[in-house]
Design a protein around this ligand. Structure first.
Ligand SMILES: Nc1ncnc2c1ncn2[C@@H]1O[C@H](COP(=O)(O)OP(=O)(O)OP(=O)(O)O)[C@@H](O)[C@H]1O
Length: 701
């Protein structure tokens, strides 16, 4: 792979400094600092060569160290080189929402423009772009949705797929789609090469020219991508902005949570100024470390307590995630407890220390059993490299890996592509909506197993999205593809609309999207259980969630709480604490409810409620989730009707003790046992009545 050594600098800073006493002086100095910072990035020295490579190659793979400036600078180089003329845009995709948002804000600041003007971001439920936007940061999933409306992606001159090493299912599908779009936008190859004079018409009759594609990461196996794109050129941007010292433990740690806590306090008490970023595996773990940090702080002398724990995980509402990006109050050190959503692309100002216990929660899926599992597994080398890359972005940093160096050598190089370990029904429905019919023959970079494709097609057929010939032809299928939800939840909303319980289903789906609506501290388990009883419905978890949500609504209503979001948040937090409800999860559920409600209303649905007729709502749950039904066996275990698996009711379910005869459930998870979660009691006869195409005879047992 040719590399680009650091050479001359291309950016320039203005020399005509204003009077230091003038009001514009401080603004000038901020601008000057930013300009100097940009000049100092390794990528700045190769701007001209990179642009030449983009001009010469329709597909370019760029590998460069973390922090070298790929994500923030390359789009600006392309803008300056004229790639956004005639209203065209450069699109930059990120696997994570948080990265799309924070990077766009930073680039807008660097360009000295208002966010949403030249530079903007667009993520599910939050679009800041305008007709003036030329550099558009977005999630890979969002670009896939855009392709539904504009199959040639005709508004883009260049698309940059950033952090491609993450190999999310959306990145993989997007790469395949972009390959197709690029071909469609090329004229038949003539003597002048492929990229000249080619003009097609976009969906709105606009002229469209060839599409440039750039694939980018710091930890990319460039060969895999190059081969996939028929020998595409790969270049390496050399140079790292600031050094990061990597430190390992001498021996393996038996308890990585405890080791992380010890390291947090060691840094806090012994190291120089600088904030700390700790990578943990999930919301529960993060919240328990947050509490432990608070507790241990109480044992420190008053003047040593200035450590502020903050959190970042995907179920946290965006504005709360953003709190981690604000500077710590004077004299305080921030310790940010994050999942791997903070692993790539983002720069959190102030971070000098990273603590990496070396684990990640990874989803896997067994299509034949329809069973998902979420296991804590060792992170890959690519992930650990990204993690250490979060230190050293503003100055030299340190990364504390909580395992011995010999363990690092044993890690997998990269993470197994998500497409090989997830339920594909969502992706396949989207591909179908994009007009891609032959899923098995589709040109994936890594083919998912035939078994999981067949299973997903079957599921979509049973949900009524596809015809018996696996074609997307009916209105229900199109409606389902328009909703940004798992097909089974989209179907549930469509059915609820017909059965007059859309309001109840919207709440249910919103609550099901959060990790856990209840707060269950180990030390107060009994008290928490007693409080949960107050919400508990004998008919199951879904109705219990409804009552939590509704009681929180009534509480706000009674108080006639008006005023700022902050005031509402405060009051809600107190209510949640008293009722052992997880306030962050509830807030997330409320936001999601609002967003999905907007979607269904745009689709022309009227949100009506079944009032107290919970029978109708349970019938609707049965009609929606009939693929996940389970029947009690003589020995008290359950048999999942679809797969025949022997399963157990999860102890967190309100039905754990009552053991009803027949239930529907939303999740089948393998942890210490095969557990079903989120259950509602149903009459087994409903299955044959409401899903006769699946349960043909009158005996589902
Ligand atoms: N929000 C921000 N606030 C302050 N500085 C920032 C911010 N975003 C980026 N930077 C600075 O710009 C540098 C380059 O960031 P950029 O995201 O372009 O690098 P990258 O090569 O894409 O890194 P990675 O591979 O880790 O995504 C960072 O190291 C940091 O110094």
């Amino acid at each position: 792979m040719p590399s680009m050594a650091q050479g001359g600098l291309n950016s320039s800073v203005q020399n005509n400094k204003p009077n230091p006493k003038s009001p514009t002086a401080s603004l000038f100095s901020i601008r000057q600092k930013i300009a100097q910072h940009r000049k100092s990035l390794p990528i700045a020295s190769v701007e001209k060569r990179l642009i030449e490579e983009v001009q010469k190659n329709d597909i370019l793979i760029i590998v460069g160290e973390t922090g070298s400036g790929k994500t923030t600078q390359l789009p600006q180089f392309l803008y300056n080189a004229g790639f956004c003329q005639e209203g065209k845009m450069v699109g930059i995709t990120q696997p994570r929402r948080i990265a799309a948002v924070t990077v766009a804000k930073r680039v807008a600041e660097e360009c000295d423009v208002e966010l949403g003007q030249r530079v903007g971001y667009s993520i599910r439920f939050d679009d800041t772009t305008s007709t003036s936007t030329r550099l558009k940061y977005m999630t890979d999933g969002l670009l896939l949705r855009e392709a539904l409306l504009d199959p040639h992606l005709s508004r883009y001159s260049v698309i940059i797929v950033d952090e491609a090493h993450e190999r999310t299912v959306h990145t993989d599908v997007l790469l395949a789609l972009l390959k197709k779009v690029q071909r469609a936008r090329l004229k038949p190859v003539g003597e002048n090469g492929p990229q000249q004079n080619s003009v097609l018409r976009g969906c709105q009759g606009r002229k469209i020219s060839p599409l440039k594609l750039i694939i980018m990461s710091a930890s990319l196996d460039a060969r895999v991508f190059s081969e996939y794109f028929g020998g595409a050129k790969a270049v390496h941007v050399e140079g790292r902005q600031h050094p990061v010292d990597i430190l390992y433990t001498a021996h393996p740690e038996s308890d990585y949570i405890d080791a992380a806590l010890v390291t947090i306090f060691q840094i806090h008490l012994e190291e120089k100024v600088g904030d700390i970023l700790v990578f943990l595996t999930g919301q529960d773990e993060i919240e328990s470390v947050e509490r432990l940090v608070q507790e241990r702080l109480q044992h420190l002398p008053e003047d040593k307590r200035k450590l502020l724990p903050l959190t970042i995980f995907s179920a946290l509402p965006s504005e709360q995630q953003m709190q981690a990006f604000a500077p710590a109050p004077t004299g305080f050190r921030k310790v940010i407890l994050a999942t791997n959503i903070a692993e790539t692309s983002i720069t959190i100002p102030g971070i000098r220390y990273v603590i990496d216990p070396g684990f990640v929660k990874a989803r896997s899926y067994n299509p034949s059993k329809g069973m998902e599992s979420l296991d804590v597994v060792p992170a890959s080398k690519a992930q650990t490299l990204q993690r250490s890359g979060r230190a050293g972005r503003e100055g030299p940093g340190k990364c504390f890996r909580l395992y011995p160096e010999r363990e690092f050598e044993k890690l997998e190089d990269s993470t197994k592509p998500e497409i090989k370990r997830c339920n594909l029904s969502n992706v396949i429905l989207q591909l179908k909506a994009l007009g891609i019919d032959d899923i098995i023959g589709f040109d994936f970079i890594d083919k998912p197993s035939r078994g999981s494709i067949v299973k997903a097609l079957e599921e979509l057929r049973l949900l009524g999205a596809l015809t018996d010939e696996c074609k997307l032809e009916n209105p229900v299928g199109y409606q389902m593809s328009r909703l940004p939800l798992d097909p089974v939840y989209s179907r549930a909303l469509i059915l609820a609309n017909q059965m007059n319980c859309l309001e109840e289903m919207l709440i249910t789906v919103a609550v099901l999207t959060v990790e856990s609506i209840f707060y269950d501290p180990r030390e107060k388990r009994e008290e928490a259980r007693a409080s949960r009883n107050h919400f508990a419905s004998v008919e199951g978890d879904h109705l219990t969630y409804l009552s939590v949500y509704r009681e929180s609504d009534e509480f706000l209503e009674k108080r006639k709480v008006a005023g700022s979001e902050n005031k509402i948040d405060k009051i809600m937090k107190k209510w949640c604490k008293d009722n052992f409800v997880n306030s962050r999860s509830l807030k997330h559920a409320r936001d999601t409810y609002r967003q999905i409600r907007e979607h269904v209303e745009q689709m022309g649905f009227t949100v009506s409620s079944c009032g107290n007729d919970m029978l109708e709502f349970r019938r609707c749950l049965a009609a929606s989730f009939f693929l996940k039904a389970a029947q009690r066996q003589l020995d008290g275990t359950y048999r999942a009707l679809e797969s025949g698996e022997i399963v157990h009711i999860h102890p967190t379910s309100v039905l754990f003790r009552s053991k009803p005869e027949c239930v529907i459930f939303n999740e089948l998870m393998q942890t210490s046992k095969k557990y079903i979660k989120n259950l509602t009691i149903i009459d087994p006869l409903w299955l044959t009545e409401l899903a006769p195409h699946h349960y043909k005879s009158a005996e589902p047992v």
